[in-house]
Design a protein around this ligand. Structure first.
Ligand code: MOS
Length: 743
């Protein structure tokens, strides 16, 4: 594979590609605009939700609803068009709520749709529906039903259980053991832009504007759910107002909007309101983690045991895999992990930013802190002693790993050496404490394609069927095309978010930059080849007859590589040769990185907290983190991703908790007033650096994805800092004042 020295110099744009549109409010998200239609030409749909957690719908009296002002249609399980019984994908096992039967699986499940001239009319008319149910006993109260845990339905034995080494002899070797249970709550995705769809038909062709992390998957899922040929569905999603995994797969409201549009013969807009985001569109499952860490007196881990129990919806099995970090993060003589699930009458659990590793590091890294305490070894030292030089779970080499430098660099910047014994640092009314943890997330890649077009005026266009979630993807498209075409970034028009563009993977699993940028690189190189051929064959070109390997694109010109003063502007070459654009598609896919190596990013996070000694309120004063993520592709959007992950982790540590009423199955705090996420006042200083060491075994650009690693490690660093401040160990997130008071 080529080394980065042979690549054209990287470009660092001074702002996001779409920054001006965003700060001037000109960029419109699906939830806030009307697509190609005037507002008055749209109908608005409102989702009606079940008010019992389990049972059957006996009847729906739609009389008053149908006669309410502006109502165009009322879809119920009693009149909805029958769809073929197909399972849409992805994911293959999803059971959608498309009004095809009268069963209720959770409180909040979509059970009807009211369509009207305005949203207010639809919402009011929905309130007039009279619904009778026959309730059945619901499976609620997760923590009281752990004994019902069963193996996961998907992923086979490897998902359920993994072990290496002999557990009992290793435990016998150990002199110090931590044996505790750690709990993480249900977390609900709350992107600023809620889920939103605008659907309309032209004869049998369906177009949807949808806010999604995966336009290609959305198209497939819609086609399958509605039994349409794949080519009849067109998905457009110019920008996404945040997704975090909840928009990685298609949920019921999307086909429901299409069904309503078909029925009314009008374009239909459907936006979930904030309470409707709690349940019907996924959440991170609650996890209970029994962790046993055993070490000899020198600090060497002899055994790691992690048994995870997740809550699962009765509708679909989704496993969090919080055991992932316990499998790969540290060397140990023996390692055993298991996973089981408890069925619940709740909405489906799904991917949430850093699925697995976010709660996984949150629990494992408290256990490591407890072990360090018992061993009287510094927590950083304990992690260095047990550093995994190879991936211990697969016994493979890492493609590139510089975690030790992360620990030492971040510890230095933080001032870790000044750490004091727990509960000994009182400043005014606050106990001050510091803590640290390891961050990790796998580096993924999938097949991706892109198209590049060089225009006769010397500007260029790049497009890929990826999507921009606010991550900076479209900036990376422009930046990568500019780099490999030798153009200024302002000469590039970049597009994504349309299912007619060349296919790209789901924007999930931190893979978009690592997958799509190499495809853009390939497309640009194909375009360069075509331009080179044009120049070589053109008697009027200054490059006529020169060897193709001696030609490069630089500064808007095509030049002789060995003598760049020979050449001409791209515009001159193209206008002289038919005045037509040069177009090329390119693609890239994972190679040996997938099989022979283990590809992960790592980091070290340090946190300082102040805990009020009377109220037990926690303030995170400082977070210092250093990550090893390969090449940093874009400083502004990349470091911004890390900041976002760290801010979210403050919420994971201290605030976020989806509270389920164990009698009714309702989400008690389904709004942003009571579902707490951090605000500016909750965030102290955040100091992030990256090592920026290219991982050229992973891809040509040396860049691993960074969307999710920022959401790992920090929660435990904060938990450990709280312990250092107060001497109180809380093993259940979020660490709220009441838990600290009673600890
Ligand atoms: Mo991310 S949870 O893989 O969308």
């Amino acid at each position: 594979m080529q080394t980065t020295e042979q690549l054209p110099p990287a470009i660092q744009p001074d702002h996001r590609y779409e920054a001006l549109l965003k700060v001037t409010g000109k960029l419109k998200y699906v939830a806030e605009f009307t697509g190609p239609f005037a507002k008055k030409d749209l109908l608005y749909a409102f989702v009606v939700q079940a008010t019992i957690p389990s049972g059957t719908i006996l009847s729906m009296d739609t009389h008053a609803t149908e006669r309410a002002p502006g109502v165009a249609a009322v879809l119920t399980p009693f009149n909805a068009p029958k769809l073929p019984a197909v399972t849409p994908q992805p994911p293959a096992t999803r059971r959608l709520s498309l009004l095809q039967d009268k069963q209720v699986f959770y409180n909040g499940e979509p059970i009807a749709l009211v369509v009207a001239t305005t949203l207010d009319q639809a919402r009011y008319a929905a309130s007039l529906l009279k619904i009778r149910y026959a309730p059945t006993p619901a499976k609620l109260n997760f923590l009281d039903r752990l004994a019902e845990a069963r193996p996961p339905k998907r992923g086979g034995k490897a998902a359920a259980e993994q072990s290496r080494g002999e557990l009992s002899p290793s435990l016998a070797q150990a002199t110090v053991t931590v044996d505790e249970t750690y709990i993480t709550p249900i977390q609900t995705h709350n992107p600023m832009e809620p889920h939103a769809t605008i659907a309309w038909w032209n004869d049998d062709k369906l177009t949807v504007y949808d806010t999604t992390q995966y336009i290609t998957g959305d198209k497939q899922s819609i086609a399958k759910a509605l039994n349409l040929p794949l080519d009849s569905v067109h998905v457009i999603c110019p920008f996404v107002g945040g997704g975090f995994g909840s928009k990685g797969s298609m949920w019921s409201h999307v086909p429901l909007a299409a069904m309503a549009s078909k029925l009314t013969q009008k374009p239909v807009k459907l936006v979930l309101d904030r309470p409707q985001m709690f349940g019907p569109v996924g959440a991170r499952p609650s996890t209970v983690n029994h962790i046993v860490l055993s070490a000899s007196a020198d600090g060497k881990l002899q055994a790691i045991q992690h048994d995870e129990i997740d809550h699962a919806s009765v509708m679909e099995d989704f496993a969090e895999h919080a055991t992932n970090p316990s499998r790969i993060l540290y060397q140990s003589a023996a390692n055993r992990t298991s996973l089981s699930m408890v069925d619940m009458n709740l909405g489906v659990a799904t991917f949430m930013r850093a699925p697995g590793e976010s709660p996984g590091t949150a629990v494992l890294e408290i256990a490591m802190d407890e072990l360090a305490e018992k061993l009287h070894i510094d927590p950083v030292q304990l992690r260095l002693i047990n550093h995994a030089d190879r991936d211990p779970s697969e016994d493979k080499p890492w493609s590139s790993k510089h975690l030790k430098e992360c620990y030492t660099q971040a510890a230095d910047r933080f001032g870790w050496s000044k750490r004091q014994a727990p509960g000994t640092r009182l400043e005014g009314n606050d106990y001050i404490g510091v803590g640290m943890a390891t961050a990790t997330y796998p580096a993924n890649r999938s097949a991706a394609a892109a198209i590049v077009r060089v225009n006769p005026d010397g500007t260029a266009y790049v497009a890929s069927g990826t999507q921009d979630l606010g991550t900076g993807m479209v900036t990376l498209l422009a930046q990568t095309a500019a780099r490999f075409l030798g153009l200024d970034i302002h000469q590039i028009t970049a597009k994504c978010g349309d299912s007619t563009f060349p296919k790209a993977p789901v924007s999930g699993g931190s893979q978009s930059a690592a997958s799509v940028c190499p495809a853009v690189e390939d497309a640009a190189k194909q375009a360069q080849l075509k331009l080179t051929q044009l120049a070589i064959n053109d008697a009027q070109s200054p490059l006529h007859g020169i060897s193709s390997t001696d030609i490069a694109l630089r500064g808007g010109k095509i030049v002789q590589r060995s003598n760049p003063s020979v050449g001409e502007p791209l515009a001159a070459l193209l206008t002289r040769n038919g005045n037509q654009p040069i177009e090329a598609t390119g693609s890239a896919e994972p190679g040996e990185d997938k099989t022979s190596m283990s590809t992960h990013s790592f980091g070290a996070v340090f946190a300082e907290v102040a805990v009020d000694k009377d109220t037990h309120m926690v303030k995170v004063r400082r977070v210092v983190a250093t990550y090893d993520i390969g090449t940093l592709m874009n400083e502004k959007t990349g470091i911004n991703q890390m900041h976002g992950g760290i801010v979210w982790s403050v919420g994971t540590a201290l605030h976020e908790d989806t509270v389920v009423d164990n009698t009714t199955g309702r989400i008690v705090n389904s709004n942003l007033a009571e579902y707490h996420v951090p605000i500016n006042a909750d965030i102290g200083t955040v100091d992030v650096t990256v090592l920026n060491i290219p991982d050229t075994k992973f891809n040509t650009l040396g860049a691993r994805g960074i969307g999710e690693i920022g959401n790992t490690g920090t929660a435990a660093a904060i938990a450990n800092a709280i312990y250092n401040a107060t001497g109180k160990r809380v093993r259940s997130y979020p660490i709220t004042p009441d838990k600290l008071m009673s600890a």
